[in-house]
Ligand binder design. Sequence first.
Ligand code: MG
Length: 452
Amino acid sequence: MIDKKKKRLFGTNGVRGVVGEDMTPALVLRIGLALGSMSEGTIALGRDTRTSGEALLAALASGVMGAGCNVVDVGILPTPALQYLVQEHFSGGAMITASHNPPEYNGVKTIDADGTEMADERILPLEEMVFSGSFREVPWDRVGNRTLAPHLLQEYIDAVVRQFPLGAGQGMTVVVDPGSGPAALSTPQILGKMGCRVYTINGQLDGTFPGRMPEPSPEGLAPLADLVLDTGSAFGVAHDGDADRAVFIDNTGQYLEENAEFALVVDHICGREKGVLVTPVSTSRQVEEVAGRNGCSVDYTPVGSIYVARRMRELISNGMKVVFGGEGNGGLIYPRHQFCRDGGMTAAMMVHLLTASGKTLSSLAAALPQYFMIKDKLRVQDPQAVVTRVSEAFSSDTLDFTDGVRILRKDCWALVRASGTEPLLRIIVESRSRNETDSLYREITEITARPA
Ligand code: MG
């Protein structure tokens, strides 16, 4: 059963808003004061390349210090790099980022001492304090100080490179598209250290995102695809605005669907290690099938990377072997490295995977089991009520309520769930044939379209 708690300010991935409207230095100052009040010791802060990042980071730092904690300001870096550094050195962290959102957005992602995104159990009291204003504001002799530490990013780069055999990318040419985001400082270096010849596009840090928007869409990546072809590269890799996700262009210039990317990495990892794979109920069956034929099982969670990361930890503490986790959007979690989505690590994994297989990315993708998926979102007044109606209409099917309702049939499945942040109904339908997918999709939309 779903254990998502009602939050007022924080969504699945932190607080986000439009700068100058609902996201302001005044709000971020309060978040900093609350975070500092709930913490002891030193908090690491970082940001992506957005134009509002410097102002919001200063406000956040000010609040944390005012509540008596010290701040280490790592500056511009990917979210997973900050998470790695927090896990290694600090008692907590916070990242100023709006991930894949357009440039006018920004936000705050809070990070626990273990490097994972802060869980609801701590977010709820933090929110409460932001609203109530009952901060621990300390006297003059206990106000925290701030240290600048941009050099710490190197530790993350080295930690990723260490996960792979020396020279794993020797002889391989690749293209990196950080989208003018923080991975411009890390992914080219990671792949270079693995021995790859690296070309970069959109490699300048720029919060106006002149080359493409922070969401790595197939349209925005057309110049990357051209460069992959022009340079004869093995692949092109692109990140979202804070580089916890990585998506790929194959050697023929084709966009690799993110579930296929996930399935390829699963095939590689599960071919070497046996255990459990953790992923949300929204992920393609392609992933489950590939895990299963490699002797690994799948454990499903509600939608949201934090639920995946926490579940991985929970299973491990129960004595289970967890080999991998991730979402079908290019956000993959490598438990041997750290318990958060890591785009730089995924780029490095692709190099290793291709070298180990001796095949091209396009041929590996073509060999995957094929599925047909429809993803849709519908604007409805009361999404929760529609989910209930769908559950009732499909009560003779096998249903799963991990998140919304999942309808499970022999060769096809569907997920209908309410969005956590908007009055939206999200629908995913998948099967092995286009006809079957279309027909289940029609069955569902007949119910959702019916007036309440
Ligand atoms: Mg992101």
